[in-house]
Design a protein around this ligand. Sequence first.
Ligand SMILES: [Ca+2]
Ligand SMILES: [Ca+2]
Length: 268
Amino acid sequence: MRPVQDLCKITLGVAVITLGTLTYHSSAYAGSLGPKAIDLREWTQQGILEKGNWVVSDDGTSVVQDIHEGSGTFFVSPDKFINTIIRGKFKVDTKQDDDWMGLMFGLESPTGDNIEATGESSFFLFDWKQADQGSHKEGLSLAKVSGKYGAYANRSRFDVLRSDFGQDKGWQDLTEYEFALLYEEEGIKIDIDGQTIFEIDAEELGRNFDPGHVALYTASQKDVKFSDLSYESTAASTSVPEPSSAIGLLGIGAAGVGSLLKGKKRSQ
Ligand SMILES: [Ca+2]
Ligand SMILES: [Ca+2]
């Protein structure tokens, strides 16, 4: 995929010289590149296999993690993502229990069956708990997990970057929420039902973010359903342009491949 990206950048660079300034039409961008549906039949359970049971629908549009496991289970994308919005829905489809559902992203390591127990972890974890339980708080958090993961019970190992805890912050039973995860080299933004929950500039961590796998996540919670996932590039150079759409892509480049994150910041 790298060579194609590089080729695209070269193509755009030449086009800038040849054609000069063009105008950015967001509708053309959405029409030509737009969100692409994710087929969950291509994703795989990783981590300790008996800790989770991920059941994908026949058409690949949804998956349910249907057992109560003790320490976290992960359903992982085959591809790595950066400069991308991942959208989808999640829901706890039972009244039982009050624990975590969430997303992992920027997942570099480890993958495979040792994700939980051994090795150097490197990923972001966005998770959401329904109710307080001892030191585990009701609400949402965004953490960077490095080193040994060792299950949710060892959250002291997490570097919690943002949190939004409180008595009315938990998810509701049998309620579907829409999430939008923007993961870019220069920052992270997470929306739930169109409302921004967390936003982080990469400068805060002192370095740009790297491509990584995305994973669906549950911890100590059964019957969590994820559905209607899609991804959409926020950078023209990460998609393969058809010859007829190269000018449209150029428009985006000329306007500043400007990330959506920056766009939002400018508007604040
Ligand atoms: Ca419940
Ligand atoms: Ca539980």
